[in-house]
Design a binder for this molecule. Structure first.
Ligand SMILES: Cc1cc2nc3c(=O)[nH]c(=O)nc-3n(C[C@H](O)[C@H](O)[C@H](O)COP(=O)(O)OP(=O)(O)OC[C@H]3O[C@@H](n4cnc5c(N)ncnc54)[C@H](O)[C@@H]3O)c2cc1C
Length: 106
């Protein structure tokens, strides 16, 4: 069993299963299997959340391979991309289209 920590090392978990699917078909098959077993699923990104939000001892799915930029609509200030795209990638690509991520002060 793999031990998984958030990046600040303040929360950890031991998922029963950790998967990095590489295609929609493999993701679909995985979810059907998990559904049959009535397991709970949590999606994980980079585990940068300072909370335990992304931790789970059941099934963890990383979307890291789903990282395609599908469409950039400069006119409407929109980007359509897959859910595993990293913010660092967006920060490289968006300025090339005169766009940027919205800054939210916390
Ligand atoms: C040094 C530092 C500075 C930060 N500064 C800021 C800041 O200025 N403003 C701010 O808003 N945040 C800030 N954060 C928080 C951080 O940016 C957010 O927590 C970020 O959303 C974490 O992204 P992650 O991919 O690591 O998600 P994780 O920590 O892996 O997951 C966070 C949540 O998102 C869900 N999730 C992750 N990926 C997906 C996906 N593909 N599909 C569906 N659900 C998913 C998880 O299940 C979990 O509930 C900071 C964090 C750090 C470490």
């Amino acid at each position: 069993m793999v031990e998984y920590w958030n990046c600040a090392k303040t929360f950890r978990c031991r998922p029963r299963l950790y998967v990095e699917p590489t295609s929609i078909d493999s993701l679909r098959t995985l979810l059907n299997e998990i559904n049959k077993r009535k397991s709970k699923v949590r999606v994980i990104g980079c585990a940068h959340s300072p909370s335990g939000l992304s931790m789970s001892n059941e099934v963890l799915i990383s979307m890291k391979h789903f990282n395609r930029i599908i469409e950039i609509d400069e006119k409407n200030l929109e980007i359509h991309c897959e859910s595993g795209v990293l913010l660092s990638r967006l920060n490289e690509i968006l300025p090339q289209h005169n766009l940027s991520l919205k800054l939210i002060r916390i």
